[in-house]
Design a protein around this ligand. Structure first.
Ligand SMILES: Cc1cc2nc3c(=O)[nH]c(=O)nc-3n(C[C@H](O)[C@H](O)[C@H](O)COP(=O)(O)OP(=O)(O)OC[C@H]3O[C@@H](n4cnc5c(N)ncnc54)[C@H](O)[C@@H]3O)c2cc1C
Length: 477
C-alpha cells in the first residue's frame, strides 16, 4: 500500500469517526435535553414575599382542607389567576371556580414588581414591530384594561393607587436615542400617542440629566401592586370564586376530568384547569420550553422629606425604565418613597429558586444606580429590598392559550417583566377561552402561539451565561 492510499484511508476513517462522534454528540445532547426534566426535577419551593408592597396584601384565606370538585380550578393567586377567577364568575355565574395558591395571594411577581402599569406587550413596547395596525389594536386593548382596573377599584372600594401620569422609557446611549426618534417618525402616521422627549424635557420631568432622551407613553402609569392583588382578590370573592391559600398543587393528572393533588394529599377534580403559575409553571412539568425564571431585585427608600424630594427635581409621579437589556426601573410612591429595581438579574441552574447569597451584591447595585441618577440621595438607604421571579421568554412574547391531551388545560405565560397591566387582560381572555369564546381573540398574535423554544438544562443555563456575559460587557453593567 503506497503512502497516498494509506493517507486517503486514514482521512476517510477520520471523517467517518468525526461524523459518528458528531452524530453521537447531537443525539446525546438531544437525549439530555429530553431527559433533563425527568432526571432533574425542580423543587416545589415558594419563598415568602418580603416586599414593601406585601404589607398591603390582605390576610390569607385558609388552605384547602377537604377534597373539592369544581368546574374550573385555577393554580396560582397572582394577577392572572385572580383576574381569571373574577372574569370566569362574572361571565358565567353558575360555574364553580376555585383558586389554589401555594403560599399567599400576591406571593409571586404580582406583589414584588416595579409597579409600572404599562401598555402593549414587552416585545412591542415602544419598538417598531412593522405591524402598526396590530400595535394600535394591542395598545387600545391594554389602555382599555386600565379603565377596567379603575372601574373595578370603584366597584370593590379598594384604591390601588392607580395613576395614569404616563411612563418614560429613558435612553442610556445616543444610539438608543436615535432608535427612539426613528420609532417616533415611523409610528406617527398611525396615530399612536407616543412622544419623543429630549434630554432637557426629561430632566424637567424627572429631574435627572443621566439620560440622552426618552419616549413617553401618556397612557401608561403606575399603581400599588399589593393593593391591586387585594382588589382582584376581593373582586374574585365578591363574584363568588373560592380562594384557598397555603395550598401547593403538586401534581396535575390529565383527563376529561382533571385530577389535581395537593402537597398534603387532598384531591381536586375539575373540568378545566388554568395554570396561572407564571415563572413557576415548569415545576408542574408544563411549558418548560416557553419561559425561564429570572430573579430580579427591587429596593425602596423610606418616605423622603418634602425638601429631599424637591431636590431630586422629580415632580409629577412618572415612572421610568431605561433602555438596557437588564433594565433598571424607578418609580415614586404616593407617600414620597422612591423605588428602584432591575439591573443584574439571576438565573439559577434548574432551580426556579433563587440563591440568597447574591442578593446583597444586587441591592448594592440598586443603591449605586439610584446614586448615579439622583446624587443628592447619596446617603439615603433603601429601607426594604426584595427579589422576585420574572417568567422570561426568549423573544419577550407572552402567550395565552389551551393545551393538554383533552384541551382543558389553559395557561397565560411569558409576560417577561411586563405583566402588571397585561395579566388581567389575559385573565379576561382565559375566561373567554374556557367559555369557548376564543373566536373573539383570533386576531391576537399571542393566542395559542408559544414563545420561541428554549432548550432544557444544561443548555439553558449555558445559553443564559453566554447571553448575560455578552450584555453585561456591551452595556457595562
Ligand atoms: C422584580 C419584578 C419587577 C417587575 N416589574 C414590573 C413592572 O414594573 N411592570 C410590569 O408590567 N411588570 C413587572 N413585572 C412582571 C409582573 O409582576 C408579572 O408579569 C405579573 O405579576 C405576573 O402575574 P401572575 O399572576 O401571572 O404571576 P405571579 O404573581 O407570579 O403568580 C403566580 C402564583 O402562582 C403560585 N403558584 C405557582 N405554582 C404553584 C403551585 N404548584 N401550586 C399553587 N400555587 C402555585 C405562586 O405562589 C404565585 O403566587 C415585574 C416582575 C418582577 C418579579
Amino acid at each position: 500500500m503506497d503512502d497516498r492510499t494509506s493517507n486517503e484511508k486514514s482521512r476517510r476513517n477520520f471523517l467517518k469517526k468525526a461524523t459518528r462522534a458528531g452524530a453521537a454528540g447531537i443525539a446525546g445532547a438531544l437525549g439530555l435535553n429530553v431527559a433533563a426534566p425527568h432526571v432533574l426535577p425542580e423543587k416545589m419551593v415558594f419563598g415568602p414575599n418580603r416586599s414593601f408592597w406585601a404589607r398591603e396584601l390582605p390576610p390569607p384565606n385558609a388552605p384547602l382542607e377537604k377534597d373539592l370538585d369544581v368546574d374550573v380550578a385555577i393554580i396560582g393567586g397572582g394577577f392572572t389567576g385572580l383576574s381569571a377567577a373574577y372574569y370566569l364568575r362574572k361571565t358565567e355565574p353558575n360555574r364553580s371556580v376555585a383558586v389554589l395558591e401555594a403560599h399567599r395571594c400576591g406571593n409571586g411577581a404580582s406583589a414584588r414588581n416595579g409597579a409600572m402599569m404599562l401598555n402593549m406587550t414587552e416585545d412591542r413596547f415602544l419598538q417598531w414591530s412593522g405591524e402598526p395596525e396590530l400595535d394600535q389594536r394591542i395598545y387600545a386593548l391594554t389602555l382599555d384594561n386600565i379603565q377596567r382596573l379603575q372601574a373595578l377599584s370603584a366597584e370593590t372600594g379598594i384604591d390601588a393607587d392607580i395613576e395614569q401620569n404616563g411612563a418614560l422609557q429613558v435612553f442610556n446611549t445616543k444610539s438608543d436615542k436615535e432608535k427612539g426618534t426613528e420609532f417616533i417618525a415611523k409610528i406617527r402616521p398611525y396615530g399612536l400617542p407616543f412622544e419623543y422627549w429630549d434630554q432637557a424635557k426629561v430632566s424637567q420631568a424627572i429631574g435627572t440629566t443621566a439620560y440622552e432622551g426618552a419616549l413617553f407613553d401618556p397612557g401608561s402609569g403606575q399603581l400599588h401592586p399589593g393593593k391591586l392583588v387585594a382588589l382582584f382578590k376581593r373582586a374574585a370573592q365578591l363574584a363568588g370564586a373560592q380562594i384557598f391559600e397555603g395550598t401547593v398543587i403538586a401534581h396535575v393528572e390529565e383527563g376529561e376530568q382533571l385530577r389535581l393533588t395537593t402537597a398534603d394529599g387532598r384531591r381536586v377534580l375539575a373540568k378545566a384547569v388554568i395554570l396561572a403559575t407564571n415563572a413557576f409553571t415548569s415545576k408542574l412539568n408544563y411549558l418548560r420550553r416557553a419561559v425561564a425564571p429570572f430573579f430580579d431585585y427591587v429596593g425602596i427608600t423610606a418616605p423622603l422629606s418634602d425638601a429631599k424630594l424637591a431636590a431630586t427635581g422629580w415632580g409629577k409621579r412618572i415612572p421610568f425604565n431605561d433602555s438596557r437589556t437588564e433594565v433598571f426601573y424607578l418609580g415614586q410612591t404616593k407617600d414620597r418613597r422612591i423605588h428602584v429595581g432591575g439591573g443584574l438579574a439571576d438565573y439559577e441552574f434548574n432551580k426556579g429558586v433563587e440563591d440568597p447569597s447574591r442578593a446583597e451584591t444586587r441591592y448594592q447595585g440598586l443603591r449605586r444606580e439610584l446614586r448615579r441618577i439622583y446624587p443628592m440621595l447619596e446617603s439615603e438607604p433603601l429601607e426594604v429590598c426584595w427579589s422576585g421571579a420574572v417568567d422570561m421568554s426568549l423573544d419577550q412574547t407572552p402567550s395565552v392559550g389551551q393545551i393538554g391531551k383533552h384541551g382543558n388545560v389553559y395557561y397565560a405565560i411569558g409576560f417577561s417583566g411586563h405583566g402588571v397591566n397585561l395579566t388581567s387582560v389575559f385573565g379576561r381572555i382565559l375566561a373567554d377561552l374556557v367559555g369557548a369564546k376564543e373566536s373573539e381573540w383570533q386576531w391576537l398574535p399571542y393566542l395559542n402561539r408559544l414563545p420561541t423554544y428554549m432548550p432544557n438544562e444544561p443548555f439553558r443555563w449555558l445559553g443564559v451565561q453566554f447571553a448575560t456575559e455578552y450584555y453585561r460587557f456591551t452595556e457595562s453593567l
